[in-house]
Ligand binder design. Structure first.
Ligand code: AN0
Ligand code: CP
Length: 315
């Protein structure tokens, strides 16, 4: 594995899962592996879980970790080539990224989409600039279109809690007052497609995920029908891909509540967090014993540590 930006960077998902189980059973087997190695975590956007869990994962491997909120603390970066830089951007990304790469053995980057221009967002300009100029392995801490550390943690969580070999997993859109990226949804289906689970996605019309990721995935527009017999219900809001970045529905009837969960096969509730309570999910569901949200967040350490371990072994 050269970089970790998508499911596609993983050659053997089963082997990665096996490694995750071993990391989970004893997080302190490899405390020397990262000795004298530096991980840089570069954030263009806010984070709680990704930042803390990846720092903790690095510490468990004996790695030094440096963090920068470049969105608030850094110089404004120019990403276009050949620009006459006489406006507000003080530094070119190719210089800044090469400098960051020179300080680090692995670089993580979080860069959300602008949600204005679909072509620009889906080209992954910032992530690809890191891959191009860093000179070291790059880990996505959530890019414009994908959130692989989250999806890997979600897969680990489902594997830990599934009661049948082929559980029914439902990804449901839920309302939200702000326009959010499609990254978590895209990434979840990208990873779930690699399993033999029964995957169903449910959302109002107009919220179809990008075909690039959702190709071949079953869509059920009737949320209640989708929930029938589900073993896992994963809730997430995303803005429209077809009417790019727009909020097409604020329909509160899409909230995940106890009445809907009663249609399932005693399903576990999942969400990547942060979550708006009683907009996306009712308190009665997220506070119930069936909720996995805290375990999912805890598995972010396992996910990050497994990925860092794999990258360190390949250095
Ligand atoms: C982000 C998103 O929807 O992509 C991060 C989720 C992990 N969520 C918000 O901005 C609320
Ligand atoms: N789930 C997740 O990535 O959370 P943060 O945005 O807080 O990092």
């Amino acid at each position: 594995m050269q970089h970790f930006t998508s499911r596609k960077d993983v050659t053997d998902i089963q082997a990665l899962l096996k490694k995750a189980q071993s990391v989970s059973a004893d997080p302190f087997q490899q405390t020397e592996l990262g000795k004298n190695k530096t991980l840089g975590l570069i954030f263009f956007n806010s984070s709680l879980r990704t930042r803390l869990s990846t720092q903790k994962a690095a510490a468990n491997l004996g790695m030094n970790c440096i963090v920068m909120n470049i969105g608030t603390d850094g110089w404004k970066l120019e990403f276009q080539d050949g620009t006459v830089m006489d406006q507000d951007k003080a530094e070119h990304a190719k210089d800044a990224i090469a400098v960051m790469g020179s300080y680090c053995d692995i670089l993580g980057v979080r860069a959300f989409p602008g949600l204005k221009d679909r072509k620009i967002d889906y080209e992954e300009q910032i992530l690809n600039s890191f891959i191009q100029y860093a000179g070291v392995p790059v880990v996505s801490l959530e890019s414009s279109t994908l959130h692989p550390l989250q999806s890997f943690a979600d897969l680990i969580s489902i594997e830990n809690h599934k009661k049948t070999e082929k559980p029914k997993v439902v990804l449901t859109w839920a309302p939200h007052p702000r326009a959010l990226p499609q990254a978590v949804g895209n990434s979840f289906v990208e990873w779930m497609k690699e399993t033999d689970y029964e995957l169903v996605v449910t959302h109002p019309e107009g919220y179809e995920l990008a075909e690039k990721f959702s190709d071949g995935v079953k869509v059920e527009y009737d949320q209640r029908k989708a929930f029938e017999g589900a073993d896992f219900v994963y809730a997430k809001n995303w803005s429209s891909y077809s009417s790019y970045g727009q909020i097409l529905s604020q329909d509160r009837s899409w909230v995940v509540d106890g009445a809907k969960m009663a249609l399932t096969n005693d399903a576990h509730f999942m969400h990547c967090l942060p979550v708006r309570r009683n907009v996306v999910v009712a308190d009665e569901v997220i506070d119930s014993p069936n909720s996995l949200v805290i375990q999912q967040a805890a598995n972010r350490v396992v996910s990050a540590q497994t990925v860092l371990e794999t990258l360190l072994e390949a250095l």
